[in-house]
Design a protein around this ligand. Structure first.
Ligand code: SF4
Length: 379
C-alpha cells in the first residue's frame, strides 16, 4: 500500500491517509489503534501486529465534538474527537490516549464514554522528567500498556516481537533524518512540503512499508543546488497544520533547517537503543532523551535554550512559531518566548492555526511582510 510512493503520492496520502489505512486494514485483516499526541510508545502497539496511527485532526466541520468538549478546548483535541466520532468511526479498533496537558487530563474518560464498545486505554507519562521517580513511572506505564494490550488481543509479545518493531521504527527515523539532512543542505532537491508530508505520514501508516518508499525516494534524488536564495529558518510549535503552510514557505523560499515540532524532529529524536537486552528499559530511556514539548516541563527555559542553540547551529535568520488556537500549554509559553527571542535579537514570527480554518490568506500576507522586511534589513 505505501511501499512505492513518490513525493506526489506521499503528499496526497499525508493530506488524508484514512482511506488508504482502511484499504490496508481490509487487505491485511489487522487491527488499527489511534493515539493522540504525544509519546505513546508505538513500538509496543506495533509489536502486537497492530497498526498505530497518530491522530492529527481533521479539517472537516465539527458536528459532535463541540457538545462534548468545552469551547476553549484546543482546536486539535476537538478536531481529533470529531475525526474519530464522525468521519472515521468505523476505522479504529481501539485507542491509546496520553495525558499531556490540562486539556487532555481525563480526556480518555470522555473517549471511553463515547466509544463504549471500543478498546480505550490511557497512558500517563511524566513531563517533569528531572524527578527520581520519573524513570520508574515510565517503565511501569509501558509495562501496564503491554499487559492491557495483551488482555485485549488475547496475545502476548516476545522480546523478539518488540525487537523487530523497534528496528522498523528506528529505521524509519534514520531514513527521515537522512532526507532532512539532504533538504537542509539542498532545499531545491526536497521542498518543505515534501519533507514535512513524509514526516506526518510516517506517524500514521505502516513504517515497514513506508521505509521502502523512503529508500527509493532517497536513492532517486538528483539535482543538488546549494540553496543560496533560501532563507534558513527554525520552526517551532507542536504541529504545523495544514500542510499548505509549507507551500507558503516554499513560495517565499524559506528553508526549514531545524524544528522542534512534536510531529517533526522531536519524533525523529525517538530512536530506541536496539542493543539493550531489556527493550522496555530502552523505551523508557528514550522518553528522557527527547527534546522540548510545550506542556508542563521541568525547566521553563528549555524551549528558549533549544531554539537559541538551533538558531546558532544552523545559522538561521529567524524563528517561526506555529500556535494551535486555544492550546493553553503554548499560551503559557509564548509570552516568555517572545521576550526571550527579542532579548537575544532573534527575529521571531508567530502564526496561529486552527484545524477547521483552511484559508491561509492572513498567514500568507503576514509571512510575506515579515520576510520581506527581514530581507530588506539585510539580515
Ligand atoms: S498540548 Fe496543546 S494542542 Fe496538545 S492537546 Fe494540549 S492543549 Fe491541545
Amino acid at each position: 500500500m505505501w511501499e512505492n510512493l513518490d513525493f506526489g503520492q506521499a503528499i496526497e496520502y499525508a493530506a488524508d491517509p484514512y482511506a488508504s489505512i482502511r484499504a490496508w486494514k481490509n487487505e491485511t485483516g489487522k487491527k488499527v489503534v489511534g493515539s493522540t499526541l504525544a509519546d505513546v510508545p508505538e513500538e509496543v502497539i506495533y509489536a502486537f501486529d497492530i497498526l498505530p496511527v497518530t491522530l492529527l485532526g481533521t479539517h472537516k466541520p465539527l458536528r459532535k465534538a463541540p457538545s462534548l468538549l468545552p469551547d476553549n478546548a484546543c482546536s486539535l483535541a476537538r478536531s481529533n474527537l470529531e475525526l474519530a466520532l464522525t468521519y472515521e468511526n468505523d476505522l479504529f479498533d481501539g485507542f491509546v490516549l496520553p495525558q499531556v496537558c490540562d486539556t487532555t487530563q481525563h480526556m480518555c474518560d470522555i473517549w471511553r464514554i463515547n466509544f463504549p464498545d471500543t478498546y480505550v486505554e490511557s497512558i500517563l507519562l511524566p513531563r517533569q522528567v528531572d524527578r527520581q521517580s520519573a524513570r520508574y513511572w515510565v517503565k511501569e506505564e509501558t509495562m501496564r500498556l503491554i499487559s492491557s494490550l495483551s488482555q485485549w488481543t488475547g496475545k502476548s509479545i516476545t522480546p523478539d516481537d518488540l525487537k523487530r518493531s523497534v528496528a522498523i521504527h528506528n529505521e524509519n527515523k534514520r531514513l527521515l533524518s537522512e532526507l532532512y539532512q539532504i533538504k537542509r543542505r539542498h532545499p531545491e532537491t526536497i521542498t518543505n512540503k515534501q519533507l514535512f508530508s513524509l514526516l506526518k505520514l510516517s506517524m500514521q501508516v505502516d513504517k515497514k512499508e513506508l521505509n521502502e518508499s523512503l529508500k527509493k525516494i532517497r536513492d532517486g534524488l538528483k539535482s543538488h543546488s546549494d540553496g543560496r536564495n533560501h532563507v534558513p529558518v527554525v520552526l517551532t510549535g507542536i504541529t504545523c497544520d495544514p500542510l499548505e503552510i509549507f507551500d507558503l514557505f516554499d513560495e517565499i523560499e524559506l528553508n526549514v533547517v531545524a524544528d522542534t515540532l512534536v510531529t517533526g524532529s522531536r519524533n525523529l529524536q525517538g530512536i530506541v537503543d536496539e542493543d539493550k537486552s531489556d527493550l522496555v528499559e530502552a523505551l523508557m530511556e528514550r522518553h528522557f532523551r527527547r527534546g522540548f514539548f510545550s506542556p508542563i516541563h521541568d525547566d521553563v527555559f528549555k524551549n528558549v535554550e533549544a531554539l537559541k542553540a538551533l538558531y546558532k547551529e544552523y545559522s538561521a535568520k529567524a524563528v517561526v512559531y506555529v500556535h494551535i488556537e486555544f492550546c493553553e500549554s503554548e499560551e503559557y509559553d509564548v509570552p516568555d518566548l517572545k521576550v526571550a527571542m527579542k532579548k537575544e535579537g532573534i527575529p521571531f514570527h508567530m502564526l496561529v492555526t486552527e484545524y477547521q480554518t483552511l484559508s491561509l490568506s492572513h498567514v500568507r500576507t503576514r509571512l510575506h511582510a515579515f520576510f520581506e522586511s527581514l530581507r530588506e534589513s539585510g539580515r
